[in-house]
Design a protein around this ligand. Sequence first.
Ligand SMILES: Nc1ncnc2c1ncn2[C@@H]1O[C@H](COP(=O)(O)OP(=O)(O)OP(=O)(O)O)[C@@H](O)[C@H]1O
Ligand SMILES: O=C(O)c1ccc[n+]([C@@H]2O[C@H](COP(=O)([O-])O)[C@@H](O)[C@H]2O)c1
Length: 219
Amino acid sequence: MNSTPTRIGMLGGTFDPVHLGHLRSAIEVREALKLDRLHMIPAPQPPLRGTPQVSPVQRLELLTLGIGDTPGVVADDRELRREGPSYSVDTLVELRQAYGDSARLVMIIGFDAFLRLAKWHNVNQIFSLAHLVVIARPGYSTSWPDALRELVGDREVDSVDELMLCPNGNILTLALPSMMAISATYIRERLQQGKSVRYLLPEAVEEVILQHGLYHSHE
Ligand SMILES: Nc1ncnc2c1ncn2[C@@H]1O[C@H](COP(=O)(O)OP(=O)(O)OP(=O)(O)O)[C@@H](O)[C@H]1O
Ligand SMILES: O=C(O)c1ccc[n+]([C@@H]2O[C@H](COP(=O)([O-])O)[C@@H](O)[C@H]2O)c1
């Protein structure tokens, strides 16, 4: 009997904190790719940026609250169980082991993260483990710099059906229906200034941030 291969997505991030841009993207990318499950994975030590303001455990807690009972989307703590920089390639190795060789494994990143892809740890190994889906983000042009052209080579495909023909190795750019110009940087800045962040992130996440005074200036 021919069974359809499982489709698994990984959306990693600093999530400092998680916001509605992440969560709407998660829902819409899951729909667009027909993913059986999307793992949202906080990075304790994101490799290409400074130490996040809030601890990995608290960021995971906020992410779990934010996801709530969203169908097919899970908060995944696997990177919190590793030491050292949170390299995506190590996470993909674990997911590939968990779901097997025929699963369609898709790493999802925003266009801003894609622009730095050439600097990622063992980036070529990533394509032997997963597909890459790049999500357009308001404020970022979708033209690719030359360094990325080389890396992308002939991996680019034009449709989800084409992407899913094999388990890994392809790249697709997706514009999602509701692109939101929300960033965690903007939220942190507003909190630091004592300004409202209502409607930028889930209410339950906002409540915990305010209760614990996270991201506020303590001077
Ligand atoms: N509004 C958004 N729409 C689509 N993708 C997003 C959005 N915000 C973040 N992403 C993507 O989600 C992933 C995790 O993002 P991250 O946790 O760094 O959030 P961020 O808002 O970009 O944070 P910061 O402002 O601190 O850089 C990245 O691949 C990023 O490109
Ligand atoms: O593996 C790498 O070298 C690597 C370099 C930069 C970023 N990443 C991952 O990309 C995701 C988004 O990162 P960031 O910094 O945009 O939040 C997050 O899961 C990071 O761990 C991974």
